[in-house]
Design a binder for this molecule. Structure first.
Ligand code: PLP
Ligand code: COI
Length: 341
């Protein structure tokens, strides 16, 4: 393990490691997986990813357990979602076997960067798929690049598992109802930058987006899904413009296993005042308890945490999820794959 890294103080950002892996799709097929120590790629000036946004990415994490084993959480779900993103913007699809080979290879080559169990940090894996074939007319490319890099990360929101403040804004949409919000393509994140940076400047961790069509329902929370707890029920939005979060899906299973009711349905903005707890969830965010939501348009605020601590149910869900990810608890849902590193 690398000795010169302060594992417990890592934020969420790019971290240079030794190797990444790449493979090119040409003439209708994927080539050999290549290992590289370059941090750059060389692509055509007319590549479709640069001009027309043919780009999709994923994010997954590898956790080192007390037993020293490296565990990856639900990688098949990320591989499947990457194919769904590829389908949505007409890119070549990465089969499970290639995704797994890239994952195994890149993690093994960078094993010294997997944070130790005690640090609470993890190794973030970033798969990226881009159109590299030249296009000036608007058309899907005929060549693609799939790559994977990794880096040790700490919490996405600097608060970690402490309440964050979120700003509800109606004057910006990250995705249209029948657009690309349900897939993980770069354009959605570009569309969120302006409102996201404004929220940061105004003192908030993230924006809570509402549905673009009616501006009535909760969509999602920056780079994470939204959930709320009310009367022992886990409630999360149903919307065509949010990313189907693997963390959220896992929390639904955990909540049901804990005897809670769960609901995936449209959540009207007014309902925010009725919740006992609220949170943002995702691979990077894990669970970020929401302490306060401020509705930017009418200054109405919703408070969920009074003493700067997460609520009891969010805490239980968080502990259970982390215990499964780090291998502290049996993997009863079969979510974890031990990597050979
Ligand atoms: N929503 C958005 C917009 C995201 O970028 C992410 C991160 O991947 C999520 C939700 C959470 O998804 P997951 O739990 O699969 O990481
Ligand atoms: C993740 O949670 O893995 C994400 O990809 C969010 C990201 C935009 C940082």
């Amino acid at each position: 393990m690398k000795k010169d890294i302060n594992w417990s103080n890592l934020g969420f950002g790019y971290f240079k490691t030794k190797y990444n892996v790449r493979t090119y799709w040409k003439n209708g097929e994927w080539g050999e997986l290549e290992i590289s120590s370059e941090e750059t790629i060389n692509i055509h000036i007319a590549a479709s990813c640069l001009h027309y946004g043919q780009e999709a990415f994923e994010g997954l994490k590898v956790f080192k357990g007390k037993d020293g084993k490296a565990r990856v959480f639900r990688w098949e779900e990320n591989a499947k979602r990457l194919r769904s993103s590829a389908d949505g913007i007409m890119m070549a699809k990465v089969p499970d076997e290639l995704f797994k080979k890239a994952l195994d290879t890149v993690v093994k080559l960078n094993k010294e960067y997997i944070p130790p169990y005690e640090s609470g940090a993890s190794l973030y894996v970033r798969p990226l798929l881009i159109g590299t074939g030249p296009r000036v007319g608007v058309k899907p490319a005929d060549e693609y690049l799939f790559l994977m890099f990794v880096g040790p990360v700490g919490p996405y929101f600097k608060e970690g598992f402490k309440p964050v403040q979120i700003q509800l804004a109606r004057d910006a949409d990250r995705a249209a109802p029948l657009g690309t919000g349900n897939i993980k393509v770069g354009g959605n994140y570009a569309a969120s930058l302006k409102s996201g940076e404004r929220a940061h400047k105004e003192g908030f961790s993230s924006v809570l987006y509402v549905d673009a069509k009616e501006k009535k329902y909760i969509d999602e929370c920056g780079p994470a899904n939204f959930f709320a707890i009310k009367d022992n029920t886990y409630i999360t939005p149903k919307s065509t413009s949010i990313l189907p979060s693997i963390t959220n899906k896992s929390l639904i299973t955990i909540a049901e296993d804990m005897g809670m009711k769960t609901e995936r349905r449209p959540i009207a903005i007014e309902e925010l005042s009725t919740f006992d707890e609220a949170g943002a969830c995702g691979t990077a965010a894990v669970i970020s308890p929401i302490g306060r939501i401020l509705d930017r348009d009418n200054n109405k605020e919703y408070i969920y945490c009074k003493d700067n601590n997460a609520g009891p149910i969010s805490t239980k869900l968080y502990n259970k999820l982390r215990a499964i990810q780090y291998g502290d608890e049996p993997d009863k849902f079969n979510w974890v794959t031990i990597l050979d590193v």
